[in-house]
Ligand binder design. Sequence first.
Ligand SMILES: Cc1cc2nc3c(=O)[nH]c(=O)nc-3n(C[C@H](O)[C@H](O)[C@H](O)COP(=O)(O)OP(=O)(O)OC[C@H]3O[C@@H](n4cnc5c(N)ncnc54)[C@H](O)[C@@H]3O)c2cc1C
Length: 445
Amino acid sequence: MIAGQVLADVAIVGAGFAGMSAAIFAGARGLSTVQVGNAGALLFSSGPLDLMGVHPVEEGRTWSDPFAAAAAVARDIPGHPYARVDAQSIRAAFVEIVAALGEAGLDYGPLGDANRELVTGAGTVKTTYCVPRSMLANVEALAGRVPCLLVDFHGLREYSAAGIVAALSERWPRLRALRVEFRAGVAAGETHAAHLARALELAASRAALAEQIRPHLADARAVGLPAVLGLRRTDAIAADLAGQLGVPVFEVPTIPTSVPGLRLKDAFERAVARRGVRRIVQRRAIAVVLEADHFALHLEDAPPGSAPLRARAVVLATGRFMGHGLVADRSRIRETLLDLPVVQPASRSAWHQADFFDPRGHAVNRAGVSVDETFRPCDAAGQRVHPRLFAIGTLLAHHDWARTKCGAGVAIVSARAAILAAARELGTPSTAQPAPGGAPAPGAA
Ligand SMILES: Cc1cc2nc3c(=O)[nH]c(=O)nc-3n(C[C@H](O)[C@H](O)[C@H](O)COP(=O)(O)OP(=O)(O)OC[C@H]3O[C@@H](n4cnc5c(N)ncnc54)[C@H](O)[C@@H]3O)c2cc1C
């Protein structure tokens, strides 16, 4: 639906981690909210939510305490998004989003104070903060180096249990691999993770899979499978398999696009819908124009004569190059909707280091929009562009989320801070209300 007549409190452009989080925060605070963009970017997620894992990037130092890491980053990089928030607001943001995802059927493990390590489908060990419940036993098995059987599926591309075992042989010697011939009713040929996930929602498929694994258990005290344990009800499916095998069963995150990404998209969409946010998923915003005291959002392929979308505040959650929040031409990087100033090297020759693997990373991966203390974009003179214009997520400058492992964290935390500031600016209470039929998020404010 295209709406033009109604003046929303907030329009959010983008529906990745940042946009969806902002929609949850805004809806929960009673702001009339409209969101433009489809949530396809979430399919790239492998499930775990990073807060802060590596700093300084050139030293590759990993942190067990992500809050201490965020504080160190805030001290060392004054422009970093974490320099605009404190530990309490970081925690509150995670608590509210994890509660909203849980209400929508996607459970995460308890939020503690520490980072966790888990094994990935690439055979690496990932440092992250918040782990889907279906991956908790992955963390525990790795921590204890317990005898463990990793299972993969004949025909499932780009996931090899034997490859993971080989990659981790020194670190985790008692890891073994098993390949099962389990087609789950799918014709011979390639096996897709989503097909397996759907099949494993059926009790009969799980019984057949358990039957194939059981003879190979030997001394295994846990069984790891690629992340295919259902599109929904994953924890019940893992518990059922664990019951049949007599040992904990866990998921190993897979490469994108992944089943955990599908689950996240589904859960975010449900959580946003429950909070009354209106979504426009088929069209992108092509321009944001300030008109008197509100913004007009023009959408692509809008029917001739239709009015633009109007909102009192706008939150840009359009991502960087992948999302098209930023585009690069031969000489400079531009922000796509308002041509906001972009923090970037003086010339293209400084975008990248000479060595692709340079431990310092590349300046182009820290390019983005500069914001004030409340996530309002600033112009070249450092002045905020407009009191009701906000920017969040990877669109922000001064962070290299991929190298420093802070992707979801920056998105979630900046979304909350921006929405609280917008609510204040609009004169709306900034306290979260429970979603219809849901409990209030513990600690949400
Ligand atoms: C392969 C991969 C794996 C990752 N794994 C992890 C992980 O394990 N843990 C973790 O914490 N993070 C991970 N991340 C990082 C995390 O996904 C990002 O930090 C996160 O996507 C940032 O979200 P964002 O919403 O700011 O930007 P994006 O995800 O880029 O979303 C921006 C959205 O805005 C939309 N958009 C842009 N312009 C417009 C417009 N004009 N109109 C409408 N819509 C628009 C785009 O289409 C896109 O959907 C991973 C990222 C990738 C790519």
